[in-house]
Design a protein around this ligand. Structure first.
Ligand SMILES: C[S@@+](CC[C@H](N)C(=O)[O-])C[C@H]1O[C@@H](n2cnc3c(N)ncnc32)[C@H](O)[C@@H]1O
Length: 228
């Protein structure tokens, strides 16, 4: 990892992710978390103030030691107990069916193998658990989409692996979740970076956990387009 990625980028992310209009999304989604919560890509801990009384504890996982340092300071003043773990969403150090809620905000775009991360989320989520997400991704307008495909190879180099062109709802469905509620819209900002997907998903009862053949993996891969 370069000095830019390990040192400067975490500070940039902490500032960028504090933008006021993103707080509106956090406030709409995070308070629905209940029980034992796993936050994937916890970053600098900006969701902590939004966890409510129904949360027993939050485990936050992230591969960036520096972002976890920021998160540690916010965890110290959080009203819910927070445990921070250095690691990746593609190898979550928890047993099967361990958590009631998974929270993931603006993170699936940056995980190199998004499908593997979603498989892990399904594994650790209880059968009746909820998966709360806010992500940005592929826009429905052709002109914007074209720019997203064009910009992603450069953007991911400067923005911590972030892909602008992942079709988030399709990825989530392809991993075997059922989307209970979802909303998409443009947030303020440049359109290629600001098409938001927010919602709640649950385990699809008809799907086997970690199906070895992943019959719909092709759809997920197709949704990534030329962004890998
Ligand atoms: C744009 S930041 C969002 C941080 C935080 N979720 C927020 O809402 O402010 C993307 C986050 O994804 C994390 N990330 C990247 N790869 C990851 C992986 N394989 N597993 C878990 N988190 C990852 C980054 O370290 C970073 O914290």
């Amino acid at each position: 990892m370069s000095v830019y990625e390990s040192w400067f980028l975490p500070s940039i992310l902490d500032v960028v992710m504090r933008q006021k209009h993103l707080a509106k999304y956090r406030a709409a989604i995070v308070p629905a978390a209940q029980g034992h919560v796993l936050e994937i890509g916890v970053g600098s801990g900006l969701n902590f103030p939004y966890y409510g009384g129904g949360v027993e504890r939050v485990i936050g996982i992230d591969p960036s030691p520096r972002l976890l340092d920021f998160a540690r300071k916010r965890a110290a003043v959080s009203k819910v107990p927070i445990e921070l773990v250095l690691g990746s969403a593609t190898a979550i150090p928890l047993p099967d069916e361990a958590v009631d809620t998974v929270v993931m905000t603006w993170t699936l775009c940056s995980i190199p193998d998004a499908s593997a991360a979603l498989d892990e989320i399904r594994r650790v989520l209880k059968p009746n658990g909820q998966f709360l997400f806010i992500e940005h991704g592929l826009a429905p307008d052709e002109a914007v989409e074209r720019w997203q495909h064009r910009l992603t190879p450069i953007w991911r180099r400067i923005a911590g692996g972030c892909h602008l062109n992942r079709k988030m709802d399709q990825l989530i469905l392809s991993a075997g979740f059922e989307i209970k509620s979802a909303q998409t819209e443009y947030a303020p900002g440049p359109r290629p970076m600001s098409f938001m997907y927010k919602g709640c998903a649950c385990q699809s009862q008809g799907r086997a956990l970690r199906s070895p053949s992943r019959p719909d993996a092709g759809a997920a891969d197709a949704s990534r387009g030329p962004n890998r």
